[in-house]
Unconditional design. Structure first.
Lengths: 660, 158
């Protein structure tokens, strides 16, 4: 009964979405306020209906209603509560439902907080948001119905891939989707602006918070996924340049570029059509990612089902959305007026450089991701493009990015003084050079490590230098500096933190990439394993029972006396094994132990890693996210009319509420 | 007075376009050189037997893990097994922890280099799901006429 209600609710949402995508547009073209006003309630109702459907599916999972095909295929009655809940989106249909839920959430958020948007822009934006909703709701109802019944209902379900039975499942997908799908809002704003034929600084001011919210959530989502892979897969890696990871990284790169170019539109009125194009590209990357992951063209833990019909449907949606918006762009963009002038060396110039680098990086990632698919469909030859390709293309582009990142914020708008900026950054340059040279010559580190650490130090010191100049530290009295520091806009702190986060991230990435150590041994209880100047004792294996698995638990004793446990679990319901690594995290690095297969004669395969500084990688992402949240809280970036309910919407907007 | 901004606006746009093209050129150069060295081709054991491969080149191989072929040692952490496509078998050596879903009789993909007659794997790729057969392996088996769809499509819990 509840399931049928959920299905009806989805149908209602589709009808509302169709109305939402047509009536306000018609109203906007006739300048009819009444028809335009239809957009806001429609967006709210659409969200309500999808939330109802989502609630119905969640209910089916929680009560283990195996008469639903989706639940029977992907759940099991013995599964712990949290994985029943998170299991809702651990399958194709459920994850698409989460996708449309978040899409409608952003539509509803624009409707709810867009009080001070001009009527026409709001109506058109919501109409475009409605169109995306029509496409994906139709996809759900016709090709991925989560409420399909199964008769007779089985006694129990097939269970959930044990790899996914982790707290990461509850956090990573919703956060990632908030980011991924969040770029639908900037897309809708961009298409609406093209329809209106007008882009002005006010438009950029309305768009920036949405870009920022999506970017912040996407950063958090990617970092959560990376952390999950690190501890769950037992290979000790944090980024594999896997096509699915790339699918989430491309919108991030485009979104980062968008965030920066929107600043130029807002402050100087320049780069309008480029910013519009970036908004279209960012969401196109999101759609491409959805296609790559959901169509089954790639095989990975994220591809739940291989169904050509579904792939074709998403490809069609992709073609309509990308093709349509780009055609509209080609038609309308040339008529847009250029904005303020600027010299190549200026704040604008630096932001343009950021954009060029980010877009080029996104292009290289795109080529590496799609090349194997293209080659196979043309010649039938099977190749894989792995980390070496991306290290040879993406990483070199990040070197000038980070160098320029230190200087950019020091340049003035319109016409900057490069020599002046560089001379004020002598401390950063000296520190970077000192660190780089000392790890190179004193520690004998590889040149890449010296370069990476030098860049991290350069960026971090530049950020601090820029801040001390803003508050005129040591030039005026401390009290005056303090009051200046308190008076700085939140977005300034947001920027500094995001840039500092990148420096911290680089520190972690360099530590892990260049200084990791690894040993694989067959050991008996009591054996000592030497790694990186330390000695770890293997204490042996015991048995343990979990709620829905049996485990062999290997215990390792560290030199400090701490114990680490690594489990080899067997899930009888699914008939699968997983490995839980034992990890001890410290600021100077992680010790990571994995219990492998038995190796005969009471011996076990074990693998130990030492991963220096690795925690800073995620700490850096966390600092970037914090920067995003603080920027969101900036008064000047308020989304619209204040409302007390705002805080309850979603974490990415929590900061917006407190500025009122 | 009115002409100058117009002209410099044009110049500015030109500078942006030239800058953009320069970056695209750099990107193209990076991509092409990277492809040269880092694209990894897939071979079945029969392919390898038919055509010698440069031992310096990283490749991927795949097939079924032959029943009863998995042996540990003699080196510490060393694992040896045979990969077959039904016609040809290829010995594989690997030092490391095998992925959780590595089984005898099941499909496997390994990445590494060919050293004489033995494939030195530095990575044995995990399948993420019990029912999943790497598409490369399915194709290689089909080519040798040993493909049984039901063995790939068999349900979970085996």
């Amino acid at each position: 009964m509840i399931a049928e209600l959920g299905h009806r609710a989805l149908s209602v949402a589709l009808v509302v979405a169709i109305l939402q995508s047509t009536v306000p547009l018609w109203g906007a073209s006739r300048d009819d306020t009444g028809l335009m006003a239809f957009a806001r309630p429609a967006a709210l109702v659409q969200f309500g209906a999808i939330a109802l459907a989502f609630g119905a599916l969640t209910h089916a999972y929680l009560v283990s209603d195996f008469s639903l095909l989706n639940v029977a295929t992907n759940s099991h009655s013995t599964k712990p509560f949290i994985y029943k809940l998170a299991g809702v989106w651990a399958n194709h249909e459920g994850s698409m439902l989460l996708w449309v839920l978040i899409l409608a959430l952003f539509g509803a958020a624009v409707a709810a907080f867009g009080g001070n948007l001009p009527d026409g822009l709001r109506a058109r934006t919501l109409a475009v948001q409605g169109m995306i909703g029509v496409g994906f709701l139709a996809f759900m109802l016709f090709a991925s119905n989560p409420f399909e019944r199964l008769y007779p209902a089985p006694i129990d379900g097939n269970g959930l891939n044990p790899l996914l039975q982790d707290i990461g499942l509850a956090l990573h997908p919703p956060m990632l989707y908030l980011g991924y799908v969040g770029f639908s809002t900037t897309f809708s704003f961009a298409v609406a602006a093209l329809l209106e034929g007008r882009v002005d600084p006010a438009w950029a001011r309305w768009v920036r918070p949405w870009a920022l919210a999506a970017w912040t959530a996407l950063t958090a989502g990617i970092a959560l996924g990376s952390g999950w892979a690190y501890y769950e897969l037992g290979w000790g890696g944090w980024w594999f340049w896997d096509p699915v990871e790339n699918a989430s990284f491309m919108p991030w790169l485009a979104g980062t570029a968008l965030l920066h170019s929107a600043i130029v539109v807002e402050k100087r009125g320049a780069l309008k059509s480029w910013t519009i194009l970036l908004a279209l590209i960012a969401f196109s990357f999101s759609l491409l990612g959805t296609f790559l992951v959901r169509s089954g063209v790639l095989s990975s833990v994220h591809a739940f089902a291989v169904d050509p019909e579904r792939g074709l449907f998403i490809l069609l949606l992709l073609a309509i959305a990308i093709g349509g918006s780009f055609l509209l762009f080609a038609w309308r963009a040339p008529s847009m007026e250029g904005g303020g002038m600027f010299r190549p060396v200026s704040r604008e110039g630096a932001l343009v450089l950021n954009n060029l680098l980010m877009s080029t990086a996104a292009a290289t990632v795109l080529i590496g991701t799609l090349y194997p698919l293209a080659l196979e469909s043309v010649t039938g030859e099977k190749v894989s493009v792995g980390a070496p390709y991306f290290e040879a293309t993406f990483v070199p582009l990040m070197i000038p990015t980070v160098l320029a990142l230190g200087v950019g914020p020091m340049l003035a708008w319109k016409r900057g003084d490069l020599t002046g900026a560089l001379s004020r950054l002598w401390v950063a340059a000296l520190a970077a050079f000192g660190i780089g040279a000392s790890v190179l010559y004193l520690r004998g580190a590889p040149i890449g490590a010296a370069l990476g650490l030098g860049l991290a130090v350069w960026l971090a010191v530049s950020v601090v230098t820029e801040w001390t100049e803003r508050v005129r530290l040591f030039r005026v009295s401390l009290g005056q500096s303090l009051s200046r520091a308190l008076g700085l806009p939140r977005s300034a702190y947001g920027m500094s933190l995001a840039h500092l986060g990148l420096a911290v991230f680089i520190l972690g990435a360099v530590g892990e990439t260049f200084f990791s150590a690894e040993v694989v041994r067959f050991v008996r209880a009591g054996d000592e394993i030497a790694i990186a100047g330390r000695s770890v004792t293997f204490e042996g294996v015991t048995k343990r029972s979990g709620p829905n698995y049996e485990a062999d638990v290997g215990t390792f004793v560290l030199p400090s006396g701490d114990r680490l446990e690594s489990e080899r679990r067997f899930y009888p319901a699914e008939g699968q094994r997983t490995t839980e690594a034992g990890i001890r995290s410290r600021p100077d690095g992680d010790l990571y132990a994995v219990l492998g297969e038995p190796a005969g004669e009471k011996r076990w395969t074990v693998r130990i890693y030492v991963k220096p500084l690795v925690m800073w990688l995620w700490a850096g992402c966390g600092i970037m996210v914090l920067g995003g949240l603080i920027s969101l809280a900036d008064r000047r970036l308020r989304v619209g009319a204040p409302g007390p309910r705002r805080a309850s919407w979603q974490p990415a907007h929590a900061g917006v509420a407190d500025s009122d | 007075m009115s002409r100058r901004p117009h002209r410099s606006r044009k110049n500015q746009r030109l500078a942006l376009i030239v800058g953009g093209l320069a970056f695209l050129g750099i990107a193209a150069a990076l991509v092409l050189t990277a492809f040269e060295d880092s694209v990894v081709f897939f071979f079945s054991p029969t392919d390898l037997a038919a055509k010698p491969i440069d031992p310096e080149r990283r490749i991927r191989i795949g097939g079924l893990v032959e029943e009863g072929s998995v042996a540990r040692g003699p080196g510490d952490g060393e694992i040896r097994f045979l990969v077959t496509d039904g016609t040809t078998t290829l010995p594989v050596r690997f030092v490391g922890v095998l992925p959780d879903l590595f089984r005898e009789g099941q499909g496997v993909v390994a990445q590494g280099r060919l050293a004489g007659a033995t494939f030195e794997a530095d990575e044995v790729l995990a399948k993420h799901d019990e029912t999943y057969m790497p598409p490369e392996v399915a194709d290689a088996l089909k080519k040798q006429g040993h493909w049984q769809p039901e063995s790939a499509a068999k349900g979970k819990g085996s």
